[in-house]
Design a protein around this ligand. Structure first.
Ligand code: DQA
Length: 170
């Protein structure tokens, strides 16, 4: 169910799901020259603080398993998502399909700039279906993604979905 968009400020809080894929649980110690020294908990804490300032309700989910990420999306208890699919960005038709199936706009984020690295990272199954992308900006990319979604929400560009999770075929 889609609630009609009202003028800015008249709707409930935007609900954003922050989805992080394989190996991002190792941030802080994983290849710090590429990904930095901040842990995922620290990145998420910074994002939660920014979300509170923006009046956005934010939920975090990280998994090393493709199916778990897809199952989380299928819950559809969010209006929009921030997605760092990590290595699955370059391999997963199924994750792309899930993002399209749940019909929620998402912003693609990468700490590094995959296109500036090995050639196999130039294959990207998500970039053409993301509403915006922030790459190579480390944790700042997540904050910019949140701000982009806040702008879109305020402009009525993101449908306000039913607050109760929808049924799988709803
Ligand atoms: C990454 C880039 C991917 O190519 C890589 O597989 C990751 C992290 C990033 O945030 O820079 O795991 O998504």
């Amino acid at each position: 169910m889609i609630t009609p968009a009202g003028p800015a400020g008249t709707r409930r809080a935007l609900r954003v799901l922050v989805l992080n894929g394989p190996n991002l649980d190792l941030l802080g110690t994983r290849e710090p020259a590429i990904y930095g020294r901040e842990t995922l908990d620290q990145v998420n804490a910074g994002l939660a603080a920014r979300a509170a300032e923006l009046g956005i309700s934010v939920a975090f989910f990280q998994s090393n398993h493709e199916g778990a990420l897809i199952d989380r999306l299928h819950r559809r208890d969010f209006d929009a998502a921030i997605v760092n699919a990590a290595g699955l960005t370059h391999t997963s038709v199924s994750l792309r399909d899930a993002l399209l199936a749940v019909e929620r706009p998402f912003v693609e984020v990468h700490l590094s700039d995959p296109a500036a690295r090995e050639p196999f990272r130039r294959v990207n199954f998500l970039e053409d279906v993301a509403v915006a992308r922030f790459v190579g900006l480390h944790a700042r990319g997540y904050a910019l993604a949140l701000e982009e979604l806040a702008r879109r929400w305020a402009s009525g560009l993101i449908p306000a979905r039913a607050v109760d999770p929808e049924t799988r075929d709803g």
